[in-house]
Design a protein around this ligand. Structure first.
Ligand SMILES: [Zn+2]
Length: 106
């Protein structure tokens, strides 16, 4: 739902009417919303634009596990890629690692 559609929706219907317009029963049958996939997030774009060897290195950093095997923390990856002139926030890296970003596949 775009912002304009959402705001129009919110102003046009009262809460009672909204529940009737889109009932929870309908929504639960349809299942939870899925993350919209499209152009990749900043991490996906970096992976696609870096030279192959650097992209492979970044992939290895992202695949490491900072809690279990002393792998790369989000903030450390963010710092590391600054050297390549790429600025991505730790939160963005975390979202990409969780699969909650807009990348089609990782
Ligand atoms: Zn991503």
């Amino acid at each position: 739902m775009t912002h304009s559609v959402r705001s129009e929706y919110a102003t046009r219907y009262s809460i009672q009417e909204r529940w009737q317009a889109v009932s929870l029963e309908t929504l639960v049958a349809a299942g939870p919303p899925r993350t919209r996939k499209g152009p990749g997030c900043s991490v996906g774009i970096a992976l696609a634009s870096l030279p192959d060897s650097e992209s492979i290195a970044l992939t290895a950093m992202l695949a490491s596990n900072p809690t279990l095997d002393g792998g790369w923390k989000n903030v450390d990856i963010s710092e590391a890629i600054k050297g390549s002139g790429i600025r991505i926030k730790g939160e963005t890296i975390a979202r990409h690692r969780r699969g909650g970003c807009s990348c089609e596949s990782r």
